[in-house]
Design a protein around this ligand. Structure first.
Ligand SMILES: Nc1nc2c(c(=O)[nH]1)N[C@H]1C(S)=C(S)[C@@H](COP(=O)(O)O)O[C@H]1N2
Ligand SMILES: [Mo]
Length: 213
């Protein structure tokens, strides 16, 4: 009894927090982190596309006005960056990935998606991770529109995976019948990116975690 109380007092706050995945530390404030320049939003030419193996075979497109009118949801989730910081309790507002899947259904044999952002940044996800009930295309955080540095007008948020799996400045979703690596997944990061299993790097991949090639 007395000893376990003693051990609890000795535990550092980060280690005691059950919300913190292994190897992560809590972050105050919201850092800006991405590869390459911040894109300028061009409202007249911006569109959000769903292409690839759609059920109809056709591409679906929403302009900014149409995307802004889609049904909305709110999700509270933590953000885990593979560089080891975690931000707790972000309240994201936006369009559920499930809404996009309903409005632009995939063909029955789709297993993965590639989410594409400005300048060719991409990230691949298993359809089940993309379709998770907490995955959303966020336009707001804490009730405020995203700033351009943080992904305005739209970023993908997948709270149960490392944050690189959520592109800022999303422009398209590609439905795929086989897995293919995205931007960081081609550059040494884990194909699946589950922070609770500490899937940081591709050398940690087990057979079946990634595409064969
Ligand atoms: N388009 C794009 N999206 C991106 C990235 C990027 O390099 N390009 N980096 C990812 C990584 S590694 C992290 S940790 C988060 C950081 O989001 P933030 O800058 O809003 O904190 O964006 C993710 N989305
Ligand atoms: Mo990150």
């Amino acid at each position: 009894m007395g000893q376990s109380e003693h051990q609890q007092q000795g535990a550092r706050p980060g280690e005691a927090d059950p919300r913190l995945p292994p190897g992560q530390r809590p972050q105050r404030g919201w850092p800006v982190l991405h590869y390459g320049p911040v894109p300028r939003f061009k409202p007249l030419t911006w569109e959000f596309q769903v292409f690839g193996a759609t059920a109809s075979g056709a591409k679906h497109t929403w302009d900014h006005e149409e995307f802004s009118a889609l049904p909305r949801t709110t999700v509270v989730g933590d953000l885990h960056c593979v560089t080891r910081f975690t931000m707790f309790g972000n309240e994201w507002g936006g369009v559920a990935t499930r809404t996009v899947l309903e409005l632009a259904p995939p063909a029955p044999d789709v297993t993965h998606v590639m989410v594409w952002a400005e300048y060719g940044y991409s990230s691949n996800l298993r359809l089940a991770d993309f379709a998770d009930e907490r995955s959303l295309f966020a336009t707001h955080r804490g009730g405020e529109p995203l700033t351009v540095e943080h992904g305005f007008p739209v970023r993908l948020v997948v709270p149960h995976l490392y944050a690189w799996k959520g592109p800022k400045w999303v422009r398209a979703v590609e439905y795929m019948r086989a897995d293919r690596r995205g931007f960081w997944e081609e550059r040494g990061y884990h194909n699946l990116g589950d922070p609770w299993r500490e899937q940081r790097y591709s050398y940690q991949e087990q057979p079946g975690d990634g595409p064969e090639t």
